[in-house]
Write a protein that binds this ligand. Structure first.
Ligand SMILES: Nc1ncnc2c1ncn2[C@@H]1O[C@H](COP(=O)(O)OP(=O)(O)OP(=O)(O)O)[C@@H](O)[C@H]1O
Length: 336
């Protein structure tokens, strides 16, 4: 858990209530091969039966420790990965059933912003050209008009016109993330997967980027899947939050509900690690024992039982039901 506390609150009202992305029992297993013939000897169960819906105009946060499957969900939602099982619907259409050309058209509506935009930028291409690249690839504007559209988008993202002719190494971390956001935004998408977009930035810059994402959301009616290992970041941007552990959704609720009434011991442990700005407010820190088990061989019953301070026999034997306990608050714990 990062030590950052981002002091902004940019949450929106929660979208239109109309579903844009529907994820149903999604599974993504990566094969493990071994032996002389490289036979499949097992699977990394990166995403193991996850369901949730993101409504139009909403910011949905996905949190959990490293390796719990957040990025794999993001990539599988955009069909950058194939799925193993389950379904992903975008605007009511099953993404994994689209033909190549249908997918190519659909892709303009769904974009991704990565943690490290620098690695996806060619050091020898001017950033203005890099931002406009996808527009030309899709034939959405003529070569003559692209520069104007790029500059307009750069300004929206807090970059200046003179940045157009500069190269990626001439920008700071925060500016590079603005370039990453501009590259996504130029396609005029409806949905953006933001995969740890502020994790590599200083706290003050994190706040600026979150504010930018929030302003763009209002202006462009965007829908976000915001992936972060840092609950304090998600708290300030998202309307609803899902907490993942070892490929499984452990708890999901509207943000205020989750933060005021966390029910899963894993969520409570993550929250106890958020630094409190006021030193007079003491919060009991729950330190989880042991390492995260391997997603290739997850524990029986509740996957969290090997590290859970409340675990008893039933947790080792029975998978807890993922149930709605009211207020759109879902939790998978025998004792919640
Ligand atoms: N292409 C791949 N091939 C094999 N295993 C993979 C692949 N991509 C991810 N994994 C495994 O799937 C599991 C989930 O990884 P994922 O990157 O989705 O987690 P995460 O929660 O986003 O973590 P992080 O924040 O560190 O990126 C991990 O055990 C990871 O090693």
């Amino acid at each position: 858990m990062s030590e950052s506390v981002v002091q902004v609150d940019t949450r929106h009202s929660g979208g239109t209530g109309e579903p844009l992305v529907q994820v149903e029992n999604l599974k993504k297993y990566f094969p493990i091969t071994g032996g002389v013939f490289q036979r499949r000897v097992g699977d990394v169960k990166a995403v193991d039966g996850v369901s949730f819906t993101i409504n139009k105009g909403e910011s949905f946060g996905l949190v959990g420790e490293s390796g719990c499957g957040k990025s794999t969900i993001g990539r599988t939602l955009l069909r950058l990965n194939d799925k193993t099982d389950g379904s992903v619907h975008f605007e009511g259409r099953d993404l994994h059933k689209l033909s190549k050309s249908e997918l190519r058209n659909m892709r303009t509506k769904m974009q991704i912003v990565f943690q490290d935009p620098f690695s996806s930028l060619n050091p020898r291409i001017k950033v203005g050209e890099a931002i406009g690249e996808a527009l030309l690839d899709h034939g959405l504007v003529s070569r003559k008009d692209v520069k104007e559209r790029v500059i307009e988008t750069m300004k929206l993202c807090g970059l200046a016109e003179y940045h157009y002719d500069r190269f990626p190494h001439e920008f700071s971390g925060g500016q590079r993330q603005r370039i990453g956001i501009a590259r996504a935004l130029i396609m005029n998408p409806d949905f953006i997967v933001a995969d740890e977009p502020v994790s590599a930035l200083d706290v003050s810059i994190q706040a600026q980027i979150i504010n930018l994402l929030s302003d763009l959301q209002s202006e462009k009616q965007l829908t976000y899947l915001f992936i972060s290992h840092d609950l304090s970041v998600v708290e300030h941007l998202c309307n609803r939050v899902g907490v993942m552990y070892l490929g499984t959704m452990m708890e999901m609720a509207p943000t205020d509900e989750l933060f005021s009434n966390p029910l899963h011991p894993y969520t409570k442990a993550l929250m106890s690690a958020i630094p409190v700005p006021d030193p007079t407010l003491k919060r009991e820190r729950i330190v989880l024992q042991g390492d995260i088990p391997s997603p290739a061989n997850p524990p029986s019953g509740c996957k969290f039982h090997t590290r859970c301070p409340m675990a008893s026999d039933i947790c080792k034997q029975q998978i807890p039901e993922y149930r709605n306990v009211g207020n759109e608050h879902f939790v998978a714990c025998h004792f919640a």
